[in-house]
Design a protein around this ligand. Sequence first.
Ligand SMILES: NC(=O)c1ccc[n+]([C@@H]2O[C@H](COP(=O)([O-])OP(=O)(O)OC[C@H]3O[C@@H](n4cnc5c(N)ncnc54)[C@H](OP(=O)(O)O)[C@@H]3O)[C@@H](O)[C@H]2O)c1
Length: 267
Amino acid sequence: MKILVVGAGGHLGGEVARLASAAGHEVAGTATTAASGWSPLDIRDRAAVQALFAAVRPQLIVNTAYRATEWATCADGAANVALFAGNARLIHISTDALHAGRPEPYADDDDPTPITMYGAAKAAAETAVKAITPSAAIVRTSLIIGDHRSAQVRLALDLIRGVRQGALFTDEVRCPIDATDLAAAILELATTDYAGTINVAGPQVLTRAELGELVARAHGLDPASVPQCTIAEAGAGPRPAWVTLDSTRATNLLGIRLRPASEVLRP
Ligand SMILES: NC(=O)c1ccc[n+]([C@@H]2O[C@H](COP(=O)([O-])OP(=O)(O)OC[C@H]3O[C@@H](n4cnc5c(N)ncnc54)[C@H](OP(=O)(O)O)[C@@H]3O)[C@@H](O)[C@H]2O)c1
């Protein structure tokens, strides 16, 4: 199969491209610059998206591209990708951050309740993708972990080593997922005709601080050295605090095992 990974220069996109190549697929990919070896593409540029898709003619498009601070990339860019997907199967990557937060796990089809610009942009992207390409699968996921390519892992290590100032929240809860597990799930999902939103997140519920402690142990560092505080103590703006995703549908549909963070981040 000919697969186009939009955002192949990133962590998840790189993993999707790697697994797809290893499985014998023909893989094309994009990044924002040519430096990474992938085709340069800015998904905010509608004409450029149209031209690249017409040249590559993929059978599957996996859109992992995002920049959390850019509405035009998260929302308009996702719409541009859907607009020119044509007959290709489209898998769009979304986020748990489009939920406001609550103690109960979120189901696959729960409506977005965003309280941040990023969450709102990703919610807008879902609406656009569903309207333009109703057959697309939209994967809602959580913190992406793994090796040093993970921004979450790098954040924890930088805070522990004092390279960055700040702390990990003791009252912000997520379901971290390994990038390779997620990439494998995405490629498996692509072989189904599943349409609409689906949760694909790890089975272990952790605070960001607890995740940081796992990262510390995995790298031979003292877990007590992880700077920690509450969201209120940090004076952070509104954030979705407690967001867990129920991924039962994905694990039943895909027949895959999503590993807990404590298994992924082993010393
Ligand atoms: N990271 C997490 O913990 C997390 C949590 C929940 C959901 N997600 C979702 O998972 C997906 C992948 O995340 P990730 O951690 O793999 O991200 P990442 O490593 O930051 O990669 C994002 C990719 O998007 C590309 N990109 C940025 N702006 C672009 C634009 N305007 N046009 C085209 N490409 C653009 C980047 O290109 P360059 O490499 O050239 O900069 C990069 O290749 C995203 O959709 C995100 O919303 C992530």
